[in-house]
Write a protein that binds this ligand. Sequence first.
Ligand code: FAD
Length: 443
Amino acid sequence: MYDPIVEPYPQSWQQYPDSYWARSITTFPETTSLVNDIQADVAIIGAGYTGLSCAYHLAKQYGKSVVVLEANDPGWGCSGRNAGFVLPGTGRLSLTDMEVKWGEAKAYGVFQEYMESIDCVNDFIEKGQIDCDKTPGGYLKLAHKRAKVAGLREQAEKLNERYGESVSFVCSKDVSRSFLKSANMYGGIYFDKSFAVNPMKLVLGYYQMATEAGVKTFSNSPVINWQSKSNHQCLYTQNGRVTAEKVIIASNGYTGKKMHSLVNNCHFPVLSSIIVTRPLSSEELESIQIKAGLMAMDTRRMKYYYRLLPDNRILFGGRGAISGKKADNPKHKKRLTEGLKQTFPILNGIEIDYFWSGWVSATYDNYPRIHHNKDKTVYYSMGYCGSGLAFSSLAGKRLAQSMYEPELLPDLPFWQSPLRKFPFSRFRRVGLSAYYTLASLRD
Ligand SMILES: Cc1cc2nc3c(=O)[nH]c(=O)nc-3n(C[C@H](O)[C@H](O)[C@H](O)COP(=O)(O)OP(=O)(O)OC[C@H]3O[C@@H](n4cnc5c(N)ncnc54)[C@H](O)[C@@H]3O)c2cc1C
């Protein structure tokens, strides 16, 4: 599998992973690759939610000519292979962490932005009439140990004061009564605004909306070279070149090791993996009683996340391998099946029909950035950690605003500083390996 820490960019002509989502698409859009020299106001690298949302807003709202260059096909990165949780959050900071770091007002401002990111996905779905199997069901963050309950309860109570019923604390009895029956869960925080989608159908919907707005997307056209001139930027692909006033890096976890000095060594691509079971029998469903559309994640350091799919399979995800070379090693699939068994003992031994992985982008200080170089010709948005579906959709819009209407940006830390470089970046993987060992002991 492509490895962003080792390789400079993803090779072209790679298939989508054999995922449940890719199999759900009957006809993929016909795309072309770049084979000549063209010009645009803005060139965007990466056709996932970030790049396509930004492209759409630049074309639709600001009338810009926009070219998107994608190494493979739209949604080939994380956007076509995630779990489809539309969540109020990104990064790894809790509300309490944010209050300590930025004070109460900013922390709530960030949470407001998270809620808006869900509205942003909804707007896309409504405007583009995207048929992405949207299923309301809410998001439940579950304590996997009694010791985690108090923190979740405190967060829920604070958020409940501001957002009313849409955020609430649920005790362990209510979890089993209304949400799911699982081993070892001790209550949690419930966000009822969250919903589940088919992420591949969603990203292809964004692609279609961007195309209809006049955006030109070229697939199988990785950017392999980049020259910054005094008044323009040149991006080179194998067979063509785009000259643009401004460039946006929207390659997130798939950003290769030498993309641009603004982002090199400023993020850490980490693998997350998913298994999907065969459809559950009615006895199995009766035993686990998981609510349709519900998305659940636990409080482990190495989190498990899961949901029931529309055809009654369980999607179950968690950490993946350390390197791209080992991504498909069966031991990672086995680790997830163990996690599934711990969560729902009745599913011990169930057949697994799908297993795939993707690169999420972690940052040094656990939250993403939407930033630019000094002369505002190169912009980026990245570092959503494991949860960027909703946030990257809004980040695309914010990127467009930060270029052409920066006064509209809410006063939040995401766009007020650049990404921080990882110290000793060469040793990131050694650190990750040690972290995984320690975390599994502590979990
Ligand atoms: C297994 C898994 C499960 C997840 N589940 C969830 C979830 O349920 N909810 C949630 O909120 N988040 C989830 N995420 C995270 C979420 O999917 C991402 O945060 C989000 O999709 C990021 O979108 P993006 O557009 O920024 O990047 P991507 O969708 O990764 O797109 C980046 C694109 O850039 C392209 N690219 C890279 N380099 C070049 C180059 N040199 N030239 C041209 N193109 C290039 C890549 O080919 C890629 O298609 C999950 C991630 C994974 C891996």
